[in-house]
Design a protein around this ligand. Structure first.
Ligand code: NAP
Length: 288
């Protein structure tokens, strides 16, 4: 049954979910664009995921975002996957079209749009990228780097089997290579890199520090940390102080939200400095 008031509704699902900043981001866009819509958060257990998708299929909800631990489950239960979501086996955005539920993974476009905005030309020499980590975010980021033509992507992970599996799953055709690298080799692996991306949780507030020497990293290499709390991680500070261009992870969070909003509410939202500041203020309040 559809909503009687005909208000466009969407939400983010996950478990836990109270920490999610998606309602803040989408609420800001709804207000700025003058749209009468609702975006809230729902704690959904694994057994309730199919009921959520049925609500989208039936038109009760226009769709929503999906976060930990449901991204893979949702990928298995939507009616249609975009090519990106199919390659990644994970969905973070769903919407309804013609009675079918679609699933996409917008972490890829979020990652790319953030770098394009904050470090234009970052991919003009797509030679060697280093990705620290081999979890869900790394998968989306490596896929994104492949779409920009990187010749070699080294995947450096604490658990070697996870790096090997990721390399196997996304290995491109032809001469381009995904190379699993031992965690102990991480500092030396930076030699010759044109971009370094941290996708581990190391350096995040409440998590252990990332122990990495940047000595071998070329000074022109872009350093990107997808951890955004704190906004300037130790990795970014060290890289900035030695002269590398740096990009923080907040823009990825903001840009990954935009495609879903456009699907549910019919207007393309902008990632602005005002929105960025709103989220930074919220993070500062949470940290206080
Ligand atoms: N900016 C954004 O929009 C955005 C989007 C998504 C995620 N993130 C952030 O990215 C981080 C990773 O997210 P995810 O979804 O990929 O998580 P995940 O799937 O759980 O992966 C976590 C990664 O961190 C590594 N790791 C954790 N603790 C470690 C330690 N003590 N030493 C070495 N490596 C360690 C893991 O290595 P093992 O495989 O060895 O366990 C794995 O590679 C989180 O901090 C998340 O908040 C940011």
């Amino acid at each position: 049954m559809g909503q009687a008031d005909n208000v466009a509704r969407a939400c983010v699902i996950g478990d836990p979910i109270s920490h999610s900043r998606s309602p803040l981001i989408h609420g800001h866009w709804l207000e700025r664009l003058g749209i009468t819509g609702v975006y809230d958060r729902r704690r959904v257990a694994t057994g309730e995921v199919e009921a959520f998708l049925q609500e989208v299929r039936a038109g009760n909800l226009r769709g929503g975002n999906v976060t930990v631990p449901h991204k893979e489950t949702v990928a298995r239960h939507v009616d249609v996957l975009t090519e990106t979501a199919q390659r990644l086996g994970a969905v973070n955005t769903v919407w309804e079209d013609n009675g079918k539920v679609w699933g996409d993974n917008t972490d890829v476009t979020g990652f790319l749009a953030n770098l394009d905005e904050r470090s234009p030309g970052w991919d003009c020499k797509p030679e060697k990228a280093i990705v620290l980590g081999a979890g869900g975010a790394a998968r989306a980021i490596i896929y994104g780097l492949l779409t920009r033509g990187f010749h070699e992507i080294d995947i450096v992970n604490r658990s070697p089997s996870r790096a090997r599996q990721l390399a196997e799953d996304l290995q491109p055709q032809g001469a381009r290579r995904l190379v699993p690298v031992d965690w102990a080799e991480r500092s030396g692996a930076l030699n010759g890199a044109t971009i370094l991306v941290n996708t581990t949780s190391l350096g995040m507030t409440g998590q252990p520090a990332l122990d990495l020497s940047l000595e071998a990293l070329p000074i022109q290499a872009v350093v990107h940390d997808i951890v955004y709390a704190p906004l300037e991680t130790d990795l970014l500070r060290t890289a900035r102080q030695r002269g590398n261009p740096v990009v923080d992870g907040l823009g990825m969070l903001l840009h990954q939200a935009a495609p879903g909003f456009a699907r549910w509410f019919g207007q393309k939202p902008q990632v602005t400095d005002e929105l960025r500041q709103l989220v930074i203020d919220d993070m500062n309040r949470s940290a206080a």
